[in-house]
Design a protein around this ligand. Structure first.
Ligand SMILES: Cc1cc2nc3c(=O)[nH]c(=O)nc-3n(C[C@H](O)[C@H](O)[C@H](O)COP(=O)(O)O)c2cc1C
Length: 167
């Protein structure tokens, strides 16, 4: 007797993954001379020796070609009060140039990518590998430097398609 497993529905998959609570980050890169940024939660620590992390980037996102070209990227882990920042950098079609103008930020020391002020932590990476993965690319980077501010507020969490705050 053979059993057939029906194909998994993409809506069920999305609802199931939405129960996997994550932090929220802004990833940044340089598009030519311009800073480019995007909200991302598909971020993962990969290795300690060497220090590697990954971000999964949709191939259709404008960030995709920019980060593949520049091969450097930053990560800022958002605090709970940064919901509007997360919304802004998830808005499709926002102006590419000047998108960081109203967001206080500094320049990371090694690669020159942008780090958002007030983040719970910041990282900067140089890309070591890019793995095609369906409609995304998995971008792996070696960590060039980290910034761990003394202050520690509540974290911004993404859970079931909504933002939450976690102490
Ligand atoms: C909470 C949250 C997390 C997201 N995580 C990712 C992610 O990990 N990778 C990704 O490619 N897009 C992610 N997105 C979607 C992008 O932020 C969005 O598609 C992008 O800003 C579109 O920018 P563009 O118009 O410049 O292409 C996320 C959106 C939200 C709201």
């Amino acid at each position: 007797m053979t059993t057939t497993v029906p194909p998994t529905d993409v809506g069920d998959y999305r609802r199931a993954m939405a129960r996997f609570a994550t932090g929220v980050t802004i990833v940044t890169t340089l598009a030519g001379e311009h800073h480019h940024a995007m909200t991302a939660n598909a971020l993962c620590s990969v290795s300690l020796e060497p220090l590697l992390m990954l971000v999964s980037v949709e191939r259709d996102a404008r960030f995709h070609d920019a980060v593949l070209e520049s091969q450097v990227w930053g990560v800022s882990v958002l605090p709970a009060e940064a919901r509007s920042t997360a919304d802004w950098f998830a808005t499709r079609g926002r102006p590419l140039h000047g998108q960081l103008d109203r967001v206080p930020h500094s320049i990371a020391p090694v690669t020159g990518v942008a780090w958002l002020d007030g983040a719970l932590s910041n990282f900067e990476c140089r890309t070591t590998d890019v793995h095609p993965a369906g409609d995304h690319s998995i971008v792996v980077g070696e960590v060039a430097s980290v910034h761990v501010p003394d202050h520690l507020g509540k974290a911004l969490i993404y859970y079931r398609g909504r933002y939450e705050a976690l102490t």
